[in-house]
Design a protein around this ligand. Structure first.
Ligand SMILES: [Zn+2]
Length: 491
């Protein structure tokens, strides 16, 4: 079996307690790290070699929550809170062809590789109806780029006006029948499409995993949630869903279930080690115990939370209780990037604004969440997220002769607080070089970007869907006035 080498690079690894950095040569066989040599080794003719002098090797970053259809919508959304933002973003992703889904996923994939991310979870909404060909196109995009990906098709079956605590009097004169933000397919049919996708792609070439992604509890009937949970159990896949992102969603738990949303999910048996909750901001006080007891994972998306004004995730509470946490960018329409360096910096700093300094997160923890934490949360297992013998060779190599690392005083702080992805030189996924000198090796980046521009030009004129969706803006504004604002339930 061919051996690949990264010769004599500065290597950052985590020993379970803290990060350390040392000059090493990394030996890679069969897509895994088999040795870290202190002395430069003797290589054989035919070995693949990356000279590591002047480079920093780190475990590839793992983006635990993104939405590929929104990559074509970067920058389109005005500054609005989630519920009003959704009216705009829903319009832009309607009626895509499989090729358009491919290009949208490839756009985000290229951006992630160029900014040091080697693995991701894509919570994919295909609008207006879940579609197997579109899901296949998304998987093909990650396969072609060489990324490690978990793909969670979004399912939802409740009309949007019934997912928010709106005043029915405000809806009385509105015809909402044309509002296409929900899937029209019955729960059973959506799960069948998702299951067929799981059978086609789960475990593909060891790099692609399938998952199931209910949009959020309040957007799904209990029947659909239970079917999704049953599919996850039967196939051994992750159940990934948004939960308690906004104050309105917290109020909706009481409205729908007469109790907190997570208490309801717990009663349905849907919390557990295979479940990850994106956001989990507006939790109830007893939810901390519930999340810890069930070993449910959280995905923190600080840039999106700020962009949409959603609230402060109780990250320090989660970390102090040993709750599993990963980091995500969320959508390129509410961030507006897929750059996990940026997200790690926000995770490390944002909570300083609301916590005493003894509870601040800091650079070292933020880096751990962006690597091992995310990999664990989205079910990639303990072999992803570190540079150590036995780990998969998902490695990001950064140039040290850049502004972020000059002078080199503290690698971890400069990696999280100074670096922004622009020092990324090369990337390996499973030992394969998928980015060299800052450019993707397996796809034609420029052709994909040109096709993305052409698609965006065609779709920016799709105003009709937004005109329908916008009918809800008045009732949503009235809802905000009733609920008021605040940080989150625990602060
Ligand atoms: Zn999201």
């Amino acid at each position: 079996m061919a051996t690949s080498w990264i010769i004599d690079a500065m290597c950052l690894s985590h020993d379970g307690g803290s990060y350390s950095c040392a000059r090493r040569s990394i030996e890679i066989v069969g897509g895994r790290i088999v040795a870290l040599h202190e002395m430069p080794p003797r290589t054989e003719p035919g070995d693949s070699i990356i000279p590591g002098n002047g480079l920093l090797a780190i475990p590839g970053l793992v983006n635990a929550h993104t939405h590929s259809p929104d990559n074509l919508l970067r920058g389109t959304a005005p500054h609005l809170p989630l519920e009003l933002w959704s009216l705009h973003s829903a319009a832009g992703r309607e009626g895509r062809t499989p090729r358009e889904c491919y290009i949208s996923a490839a756009l985000g994939g290229i951006e992630m590789l160029r900014t040091g991310t080697t693995a991701l979870l894509d919570h994919v909404r295909i609008s207006p109806d879940l579609d197997g060909l579109c899901l296949d196109a998304v998987a093909q995009a990650y396969r072609d780029l060489g990324l490690r990906a978990v793909i969670a098709p979004i399912v939802a079956d409740r009309p949007v006006a019934q997912t928010l605590p709106l005043d029915t009097a405000d809806l009385r004169d509105l015809d909402l029948s044309a509002y296409g933000m929900r899937s029209q397919l019955p729960a059973r049919e959506q799960i069948e499409i998702a299951e067929a996708f799981v059978e086609r792609w789960h475990g593909y070439q060891g790099r692609i995993q399938a998952a199931i992604g209910p949009s959020a509890p309040q957007r799904c009937s209990d029947d659909l949630l239970m079917r999704a949970g049953e599919l996850a159990d039967r196939k051994g896949i992750i159940l990934h869903l948004h939960a308690l992102e906004t104050r309105a969603q917290q109020a909706m738990g009481q409205h729908l279930y007469g109790k907190g949303t997570l208490a309801h999910l717990d009663e349905l048996g849907l919390l557990g080690p295979g479940t990850n909750l994106a956001h989990a901001i507006w939790i109830e006080i007893d939810d901390l115990e519930r999340i810890a007891r069930t070993n449910t994972a959280i995905v923190h998306n600080p840039v999106s939370n700020a962009r949409l004004g959603s609230g402060f995730c109780p990250l320090s509470d989660y970390l102090e209780r040993g709750i599993r946490v990963g980091l995500g960018t969320d959508s390129a329409c509410c961030n507006d990037s897929n750059n996990l360096f940026e997200t790690a910096k926000w995770a490390g700093l944002l909570h300083n604004l609301v916590q005493p300094h003894a509870r601040w997160v800091g650079a070292e923890t933020a880096l751990r969440l962006a690597t091992q934490g995310s990999a664990d949360a989205i079910g990639l297992g303990p072999d992803v997220g570190d540079l150590a013998v036995g780990q998969v060779a998902d490695i990001t190599l950064l140039r040290l002769g850049t502004p972020a690392f000059t002078p080199l005083n503290n690698i971890v702080r400069q990696l999280v607080l100074s670096e922004n992805g622009s020092s990324v030189a090369h990337i390996m996924v499973a030992g394969e070089i998928v980015l060299r000198d800052g450019v993707c090796t397996k796809v034609d980046e420029k052709a994909i970007w040109q096709e993305a521009r052409d698609i965006a030009t065609r779709h920016l004129d799709d105003g009709n869907v937004y005109a329908d969706a916008a009918k809800l803006s008045g009732p949503i504004e009235a809802m905000y006035a009733r609920l008021g604002r605040g940080r989150s339930a625990t602060q």
